[in-house]
Design a protein around this ligand. Sequence first.
Ligand SMILES: N[C@@H](CCC(=O)N[C@@H](CS)C(=O)NCC(=O)O)C(=O)O
Length: 218
Amino acid sequence: MKLFGSRNSRSLRCVWALEEANATYDYQRIWMMKGEGHKPEFKAINPAGKIPVLQDGALTLTESVAIMLYVADKFPQAALIPTDATARAEMFRWIFYTVTEVEPHLWAIAQHRFALPEDKRVPALEPTAAWQLERALRAIEKRLTQAPFMAGDAFSLADILVFHCLTWTLSAKLEGVGEASLAYVERLKARPALLRANERERIEAERHEAAALAASQK
Ligand SMILES: N[C@@H](CCC(=O)N[C@@H](CS)C(=O)NCC(=O)O)C(=O)O
């Protein structure tokens, strides 16, 4: 298995799932800021030029949530998807909620701050997106006052996604992360699989940058 990703991106979700599963995988860092997402070699893998991408045998899979679900299916012993029907329904509910009601506002803000070409950015959109984000995060805060994890009593894929969007909100200096959500972020930060995932992405980024520097000095 091989994951294409980059530090500080949605690929963390997939690396974290792989680490929860104790999977063995190769990792290729795609340096998005240097335009590597649009190089022909990478576009042959994902024509959209986006990360994350997972390759496993004949399968080339895009979409971070689809990759997380695939990893969870492939490594059932990691118990990333609850078997109990209620907990499983809650997990899917919060996955869909987060990708449809929370992430679009974060992505809109990121795109209009820096990700879009300058002539396509509309900074005036940010206050509306920030207001919508704050409203959407209230449901997550409420859930976390009722249960320790999004699916209920146990950690699941929904927590990887929700944690990622909460920390994205915090690092973008946006409002809306309530007290229960902050305590949850602190609790999940200590998970060994997340620590390993962050370390893997950090090491791969450093290795890649050192190799690029060495190649430019030849
Ligand atoms: N819905 C996709 C979004 C993928 C995505 O937009 N990835 C960003 C990095 S987090 C990217 O590759 N952006 C480059 C671009 O938009 O050109 C997913 O969840 O995997």
